[in-house]
Design a protein around this ligand. Structure first.
Ligand SMILES: Cc1cc2nc3c(=O)[nH]c(=O)nc-3n(C[C@H](O)[C@H](O)[C@H](O)COP(=O)(O)OP(=O)(O)OC[C@H]3O[C@@H](n4cnc5c(N)ncnc54)[C@H](O)[C@@H]3O)c2cc1C
Length: 119
């Protein structure tokens, strides 16, 4: 399979296709997962700084790594503004600590990269 990333600026931009020999049910779930993966790669490309883009995009574009989009929570579905997951900067380590619950995440148990909506 060739690289899937459709939305990115150069030099990551490539074209996409899905194998047509897959059964329909597999094509639908595969299409959904790859569409989400592609959306996550676009988010990284559009909103990440150069370091983040260089760290994540090569793996996402080549599909060496897969990404999930994590918005839905037990108390926040259609009403995304009510999400409660937080990302708090830990001054000692310089890293963000995520706290919260997510639900219905496509590829949640399989992905390598998680794009998490939080406060
Ligand atoms: C197969 C599958 C894959 C999914 N993958 C992901 C994923 O990868 N990442 C992710 O973040 N989420 C994912 N989701 C979650 C999905 O995005 C949510 O289920 C969706 O946002 C709806 O949220 P909810 O289930 O909490 O329903 P609710 O928000 O509780 O809505 C229930 C019903 O109430 C209606 N409703 C809600 N608010 C209003 C309103 N203000 N006015 C009128 N009617 C309203 C809705 O239309 C719906 O019919 C997935 C869900 C499914 C089924």
């Amino acid at each position: 399979m060739r690289s899937l990333f459709l939305n990115s600026r150069e030099p990551w931009h490539t074209s996409t296709y899905l194998p047509t020999y897959l059964p329909t049910y597999l094509r639908q779930s595969t299409t959904a997962y790859l569409t989400i993966h592609n959306m996550c790669a676009w988010i990284v490309d559009a909103f990440g700084n150069d370091d983040v883009r260089a760290r994540f995009l090569p793996g996402l574009v080549s599909c060496e790594h897969f990404a999930s989009y994590c918005l839905t929570e037990p108390g926040a579905g259609s009403d995304a503004a009510s999400l409660r997951t937080t990302a708090i900067l830990d001054e000692a380590s310089g890293e963000y600590v995520l706290n919260g619950e997510k639900a219905f995440i496509s590829g949640g148990g399989r992905s390598d990269v998680y794009v998490v909506m939080c406060r």
